[in-house]
Design a protein around this ligand. Structure first.
Ligand SMILES: Cc1cc2nc3c(=O)[nH]c(=O)nc-3n(C[C@H](O)[C@H](O)[C@H](O)COP(=O)(O)OP(=O)(O)OC[C@H]3O[C@@H](n4cnc5c(N)ncnc54)[C@H](O)[C@@H]3O)c2cc1C
Length: 434
C-alpha cells in the first residue's frame, strides 16, 4: 500500500470512534467536558492502533518500511500517553458517586464510581510504566524476550482496562452503539497479538526449515544456511529480512530478525550473516546441522528490483553487509546490467567477510584501524570518502542503498542530501526494531 493511503487509513481508524461518538451525541455539555472525553477517546483508539502498527503486517511494513512503522509506533504511543494523562484534568462537574437516574447521559455529573474509575487509573499508570520501560529498555539491561513479553501482556491489559473504563465511566462509551464499537476494536487489537503469537507460529509449523551449515566467517561473524523441509521455500526479494527461530518451538517467541544474505536466484536455500551480540547470536556456532528452524517473512523494503536508476551504490558498515550482499549476489546471478559500487567499512581487517567472493572490482574496502600494509581506504565512511568514490552525476542519478551502524547511516544520509541525491533514491535499513 502507498504511504499516502496508509496515513489516511491510520487517521480514519484513529478518529472513527471520535466521529461515531459525536454522531451518537447527547445533550450539549461544556467545552471542557467534550475536550476531556475527546482526549480520552483519541488516546484509547491510538492505543488500539498501536497493536496494528507493531503486528508485522506486510501491507503496512512494505508500504512505508518497518523502520518507519516502528518509529511511528513509538511517537504515537507517547502522544496517546500525553492525551491520556491530560484527559481527566479537563472534567468539571458535580461528582455524582455513580450514574444518576436524572442524568443518564452525564450532562451535569461526572462519575466518581470507583469501580469505573479504577480501571482507568490502573491503565493510566500501566501505560506510563510501559512507555518508560520501552524508552529505558537498553539502559535497564534486561532480556529482550522478557521485555517483549511484558510489552505485549501489558498492552493487552491496558486495552482491556480501558475498554471497561470507557464503557462504564464514559458518557459516549456507555451508549450501546459505542460499547459495541469499542468491543469490536479491542477484539481486533487483541486479534493482532493472537495472529503474531499463535496463528503465525501455527502456520510456521507446517513449513519447517533445516539448518544445512553454520560457518565462521570472521572471529565474531557467522553464516547460517537453512533449506526448506518439504515445501518450496520462501518467495522473497534480495535485501529483505525474516524473523528466524532456530531450534525452538515456533510458539516460544525465541526468534530474531536477520537479513537474508543469499540471492533468490541461487535457489531455495537461505543464508544469514550473523554478528555475535547477545544471548542468541553468541551461541550460533553451537547450532547443529539438521536443526529445525522456522522463518517468518519476508519483510522489508530494501530492494533494488523495479528500480530504473542507472547505477546502484551499496554502502555497508560491518554486518550491515548482509542485505547488500544479497542484492549484489542477485545482480551478479541475473547479469543485471546496472553499474554497481560497494563501499564496505569495518574497524579491522579481520572483520572483513566474504572477501574472496566480493573481489576487488568496484569494491571499496574501508578500515578505521588498518594494518600498516593496508592499501585501501582508511577512516570512516564519511563525506570525504563518499566524494572520492562517487561523481556528481552518480550522486544525483544513482540509487543509494545502505545498512550499518546508526552513526554511519546518519552521516551518509546527510551527505547524500547535501550532494543533491533525492530522498526517494536513498534506501536504508537499521538493525534495530524497537
Ligand atoms: C530488520 C533487521 C535486520 C537485521 N539483520 C541482521 C543481520 O543480517 N545480521 C545480524 O547479525 N543482525 C541483524 N539484525 C540484528 C539482530 O536482530 C540482533 O543482533 C539480534 O536479534 C540480537 O539477538 P541476541 O539474542 O543475540 O541479543 P539480545 O541481547 O537478546 O538482543 C540485542 C538487541 O537485539 C535486538 N533484538 C533481540 N531480539 C530481537 C527480536 N526478537 N526482535 C527484534 N529485535 C531484537 C534488540 O534491540 C536487543 O536489544 C537485524 C535487525 C533488524 C531489526
Amino acid at each position: 500500500m502507498k504511504p499516502f493511503f496508509l496515513i489516511m487509513a491510520y487517521l480514519g481508524a484513529v478518529t472513527l470512534p471520535l466521529i461515531l461518538s459525536a454522531w451518537v451525541g447527547g445533550p450539549p455539555r461544556s467545552y471542557h467536558q467534550e475536550l476531556a472525553s475527546g482526549l480520552g477517546i483519541l488516546a484509547f483508539s491510538m492505543i488500539l492502533m498501536e497493536f496494528i502498527l507493531s503486528g508485522r503486517f506486510k501491507a503496512i511494513s512494505s508500504g512505508v518500511g518497518l523502520d518507519l512503522t516502528m518509529r511511528f509506533h513509538q511517537v504515537m504511543a507517547r502522544t496517546a500517553l500525553v492525551f491520556a494523562l491530560l484527559h481527566p484534568f479537563f472534567y468539571q462537574g458535580t461528582p455524582s458517586g455513580g450514574q444518576r437516574p436524572w442524568d443518564p447521559l452525564r450532562v451535569l455529573t461526572i462519575t466518581t464510581d470507583f469501580s469505573a474509575l479504577s480501571t482507568g487509573i490502573v491503565a493510566y499508570l500501566l501505560l506510563a510504566s510501559l512507555a518508560l520501560l520501552a524508552i529505558g529498555r537498553t539502559q535497564l539491561d534486561y532480556k529482550y524476550e522478557t521485555w517483549r513479553l511484558l510489552h505485549g501482556v501489558g498492552a493487552l491489559l491496558i486495552a482491556v482496562l480501558l475498554l471497561h473504563h470507557t464503557v462504564y465511566a464514559g458518557r459516549y462509551g456507555a451508549q450501546p452503539v459505542m460499547t459495541w464499537v469499542w468491543i469490536a476494536l479491542t477484539a481486533v487489537a487483541a486479534g493482532t497479538l493472537l495472529t503474531v503469537y499463535l496463528l503465525v507460529p501455527f502456520l510456521q509449523k507446517a513449513r519447517p526449515w533445516r539448518v544445512t551449515s553454520v560457518t565462521r566467517l570472521t572471529p565474531k561473524q557467522w553464516e547460517l544456511t537453512v533449506q526448506p523441509d518439504g515445501h518450496p521455500g520462501l518467495d522473497y526479494k534480495a535485501g529483505q529480512f525474516v524473523w528466524l527461530n532456530a531450534g525452538h518451538s515456533p510458539f516460544s517467541m525465541k526468534e530474531n530478525p536477520f537479513s537474508i544474505c543469499s540471492a533468490p536466484a541461487a535457489g531455495p536455500e537461505i543464508s544469514f550473516m550473523v554478528r555475535e551480540l547477545g544471548d542468541f547470536t553468541r551461541t550460533i556456532g553451537q547450532i547443529k546441522t539438521g536443526t529445525v528452524a522456522y522463518l517468518d517473512g519476508p519483510y522489508g523494503t530494501l530492494s533494488v528490483d523495479d528500480r530504473t536508476e542507472p547505477g546502484i551504490a551499496l554502502i555497508a558498515g560491518g554486518v550491515g553487509l548482509a542485505p547488500l550482499l544479497g542484492i549484489l549476489r542477485q545482480m551478479r546471478l541475473t547479469d543485471d546490467s546496472r553499474k554497481v559500487k560497494l563501499v564496505y567499512g569495518n574497524r579491522v581487517i579481520e572483520q572483513i567477510a566474504y572477501r574472496d567472493e566480493l573481489g576487488a572490482d568496484d569494491l571499496i574496502y574501508v578500515l578505521s584501524e588498518p594494518p600498516e600494509t593496508w592499501q585501501g581506504e582508511t577512516g570512516l565512511i564519511d563525506a570525504a570518502l563518499l566524494d572520492r568514490v562517487f561523481s556528481a552525476r552518480e550522486f544525483s542519478q544513482w540509487l543509494f542503498v545502505m545498512c550499518g551502524p546508526r552513526i554511519m547511516m546518519d552521516g551518509v544520509e546527510d551527505h547524500l542530501i547535501n550532494r543533491g541525491t533525492p530522498p526517494h533514491r536513498i534506501l536504508s535499513e537499521r538493525f534495530n526494531y524497537d
